[in-house]
Ligand binder design. Structure first.
Ligand SMILES: O=C(CO)[C@H](O)[C@H](O)COP(=O)(O)O
Length: 475
């Protein structure tokens, strides 16, 4: 029979809701607490049985008055009890936090919390140098202690060797390590070893690591709290994973797009090709398939950069003025919503992209899943402007509620487009009506092009995610 226990406080219950809401039997709450936090909490708890009870009942259940008006009855989530069980349960890439001693329950709680937040599967520590998972540690962990296993081992060096045998790379941290965190590859299966609170890693632990790195410090303090250092290193590992993934997804979607275009485009057609890293992968994918000069007669390109890449592959690039029809245009996007409306221009080629998109019969957007949004505007909206109009237009963007930022190069000089204009990136716009905003900004003198592609939106999106390639049609 499932074991029932109680959780109390917003953090702990929200963490459980996010992890697995089906393990929550019911949530008891104080209906007299009507503030925003309670409202938001109750809104996220949809699908769970909610019971209004008085404050005294909550205090009796929680055994404390620090319940914040919410107590949940939950079934225990089964957590791995030892290293073997943990390793058996990991599918895909491992991310583990190893603490070579942690004696302060606050530090242990904070480490569990940050490990959980970074997506680590467990925290491991040597039994004789580690504090137990007591009430203080569990409280500081804010719900993570129920979800992220804390595994103590008799012999840490032996445990690290077991991890290595399971093809997990063991990377330690030490202030005197020659290599910095930012030069270290952390994207594969990884156990990250942090030293004890004051002494750092023990000699044997350090010798067992595959590699040791340091966290570069810019100030004068000697060291960081172990939970802070763990957070920095774990989130760098996470960042590297996301980067690897997004590049892999761009590669996969480009290959799918090359096959799609081959299957759906007439013999001898000219192909419209956009700009950016996804478009670059697409150019390479077409070049690999050796289809130009035979199956396709050439390409039109939306930027000098894409033209150079196409020509480097020996592909003929035509002027748009030389052609009358263009069956298909393939390009990336910075954001795409559920109607196929896009924000584009992160690569600065928005004007030529819009012109080619206008001529093309079908616009195929190729993107990884990070580009799909409900509402456009999280990515700053690029607007190509004539330099003389820059300040006047910036004031208009401010009046719209946006924050205009002039795009600059690494030398801090204004970025210039292939057309000799400048780009204002407008941050903080919540674009709920892309069609109207596109028309409004386009009507301002001095605007060359706004990077909103709503009127001429994508007809099709090939969207890559870990689940595969999704083909989305927009009417
Ligand atoms: O609009 C663009 C260039 O002007 C690009 O399509 C957009 O910035 C996406 O780029 P990437 O494929 O590198 O993510």
């Amino acid at each position: 029979m499932a074991h029932l226990k109680l959780l109390y406080g917003f953090h702990a219950i929200t963490a459980r809701l996010r992890h697995d809401a089906s393990t929550i039997t019911e949530i008891l709450y104080d209906p007299n607490r009507r503030d925003r936090r309670m409202q938001d909490f109750l809104n996220t708890a949809t699908g769970v049985r909610l019971i209004a009870v008085d404050e005294g009942r909550l205090q009796g259940l929680a055994g404390t008055d620090r319940h914040q008006g919410v107590v949940a009855r939950v079934t225990e989530v089964y957590l791995a009890q030892n290293l073997a069980e943990l390793l058996d349960g990991i599918s895909g890439s491992a991310l583990l936090l190893v603490l070579d001693g942690v004696t302060d329950p606050h530090n242990l709680g904070a480490c569990l919390r940050v490990a959980n937040a970074a997506g680590a599967q467990a925290v491991i520590a040597p039994r004789d140098r580690a504090v137990g998972l007591n009430a203080t540690a569990a409280k500081v962990a804010s719900g993570a202690a129920d979800i992220t296993p804390y595994i103590t081992v008799t012999n840490l060096a032996r445990a690290l060797r077991e991890l290595k045998d399971a093809n997990i790379w063991v990377t330690g941290t030490a202030d005197d390590a020659p290599t910095s965190l930012y030069e270290t590859k952390l994207a594969g299966s990884l156990a990250l070893v942090m030293g004890a609170e004051s002494e750092g890693m023990r000699r044997l632990t350090r010798e067992t690591c595959d590699e040791v790195m340091h966290i570069p410090m810019a100030g004068t303090v000697e060291s960081l709290n172990v939970s802070v250092a763990s957070g920095i290193a774990l989130f760098e590992a996470r960042r590297q994973r996301i980067m690897v993934n997004s590049d892999t997804l761009k590669l996969l979607v480009s290959q799918a797009a090359a096959d799609y275009v081959l299957a759906h485009t007439p013999e001898g057609a000219v192909i419209g090709i956009g700009t950016g890293s996804t478009a670059n992968y697409f150019i390479d994918a077409l070049a690999e398939r050796k289809v130009f000069g035979s199956r396709f007669s050439g390409a039109v390109s939306s930027s000098n950069a894409s033209t150079s890449r196409l020509q480097m592959h020996g592909i003929e690039v035509l002027e748009l003025n030389q052609i009358e029809t263009l069956p298909v245009y393939i390009d990336g996007a910075d954001e795409i919503n559920h109607h196929g409306h896009m924000v584009k221009g992160g690569g600065g080629a928005l004007t030529r992209e819009k012109i080619i998109a206008m001529v093309a019969e079908t616009f195929i957007c190729i993107a990884d899943v990070s580009k799909r949004v409900d509402t456009l505007g999280h990515f700053a909206l690029p607007v190509e402007v004539m330099p003389i109009a820059r300040s006047a237009l910036s004031r208009k963007f401010l009046a719209l509620g946006g924050m205009p930022v002039l795009r600059t190069t690494s030398n801090s000089t204004p970025y210039l487009t292939d057309n000799g204009n400048q780009i204002i990136d407008v941050q903080h716009l919540n674009i709920t009506d892309p069609l109207t905003l596109e028309a409004e900004i386009n009507s301002w003198p001095g605007v060359v092009t706004v990077g909103l592609f709503a009127k001429r939106h994508a007809n099709l999106c090939l969207l890559a995610s870990a689940a595969g390639i999704e083909t989305i049609q927009y009417p």
